[in-house]
Design a protein around this ligand. Sequence first.
Ligand code: AGP
Length: 612
Amino acid sequence: MCGIVGYVGKRKVVPVLIEGLRRLEYRGYDSAGVAYLQDGELHRHRCEGKLINLEEIMEEVSADSRIGLGHTRWATHGAPSQRNAHPHCDCTGKLVVVHNGIIENYHSLREELQEKGHTFISETDTEVMAHLIEEHLENDLVEAVRMAITLVDGSFALGVMWSEQPDQLVAVRNQSPLVLGVLEDSGTFLASDIPALLPFTNSVVFLDDQEMAVLKKGSWQVMQAESGELVEKTPQVIDWNVGMAEKAGYRHFMLKEIFEQPQAVLNTFRGRFDPETGEVLLPEINLSKKELAQIKRISLVACGTSWHAAMVAKYWLEKWARIPVDVDIASEFRYRSLILNPNVLVVPISQSGETADTLAGMRLAKSMQAKIITICNVVGSTMTREADGTIYTHAGPEIGVASTKAFTAQMVALFLLTLFMAQAKKTISGEESRSLLSVLLELPVLIEKNLLRIQDEMMPISEEFSRSRDFLYLGRGINYPIALEGALKLKEISYIHAEGYASGELKHGPIALIDRDMPVLALAPRDSVYPKVLSNVEEVKARHGRMIVIGTEGDDELQRISDYVITLPEIHEDLNPILYTIPLQILAYQIANIRGCDVDQPRNLAKSVTVE
Ligand code: AGP
């Protein structure tokens, strides 16, 4: 979604803003703009499309300014166009605003402001903010912003600059992330996400909801938006470096992130269990043994790929910890009649920790006294700060919009949570724990060993099916969510229509779609439901569907029933979902590439979905 960058300090501001915005490109956007102050005047440049267009404009401009704001916009109110691109101005042309989120009551505010004589140029909800602040502006920008936001419903992260107070930026956050980057005496940065700050500083201050910040060259202050009372904040040092958010020679972030999975898996389980005893150690859960013993139900809440990780975890938790598990899509969870209480453990799962629906579901669960443990990849993100505890996935920054390494790392974290709960409830023996963990220990090497081979073997399959119109993915039991994930990956980056099905469901409808043009990918490891999956594959074959099977090394039966086979080493069936995800990511990546799609920034999608 939209990206915000701001800077005030010793450096020239335009290169800082452009560099910061480039680091936020992955979030998805369709126009970009910057504004800066120079010799007491406000300058603004905006354009439709990619950042490169803005860079070309800025090459023609010689700006020596040291204070400014930048923005990448993902259109919500009004089409992607130069007119609707941020920053937006007030009537005087002296004040600018950049905004992420949605002003829900913008329509009525706009009418009121128009009646008072304000002239609107764009169709955006954001422009309302510029005029609303102008309406309250006498001689103090901070005061005017404070008064304006009391009139606004909705979510916002705002950056505001006024040429009459040319040494400061004002920022405010409500339900949309904002973070400061601080460099002692040389400058202060503002961003909607950490990667924008990494080229400049690792020292960050996260704003909480309803907090405002005033940024100056060598200082910063945070205050409560409502009362104006100062809030004490200590900068946190983030252990991500700028190289982690770069392509490192790979053609795309997505490919790099697929190949980083051995490390992401290893980093997520490393130090979290004792291989001798099999005991899983998760002190970050912050729940006492007594509290753990009282948990009667687990509720997993997430969106998209993270929801698929939750679906896999249900199989694990119910099997090993013998606890009933609900899995909810967050946007549904928050609108049903929930039955939650202190004996329910709610686990919001999110790569970004900022997804609006998941966050809202988590807050609702918290208000109903449920315990909250989040699984998250981004240190300091909103969910991690509001949950009772966080199990971090240590996948490193994930830039490609299509989630890959964060997904496999989420499954690892959930697997550890499963064993942790099972051990607390004494539903698993030491021997079983040790044996499962020994498989987990081997996974990074197994993935590493097979990545290049899968890539090679998948290429002819990708070439053959890159022009297909539809795709079906089949999986059964614990691999059903992986079929859903494979289909999601393909549709989001290649724009091919794809559906994932529990393979037993095939005969209840989707089998009508099978003909000679329909590629069907089946996950058929030699596990406890293998014979059932084979029967489903036979049903497809009998109707001349084009069959791709991912199965177990040495399984000769697969050649007979399929057009293409990719095999993987045999491991404990519970951990197959982690391994079987890899070929599906590679298939989607290759097909998207062959079709010439923008793999890292697919159309209409955003990395971090911070609106409902
Ligand atoms: C994954 O490929 C998707 N882009 C998307 O479904 C994503 O998983 C979803 O938006 C949830 O994001 P989160 O994990 O950051 O909450």
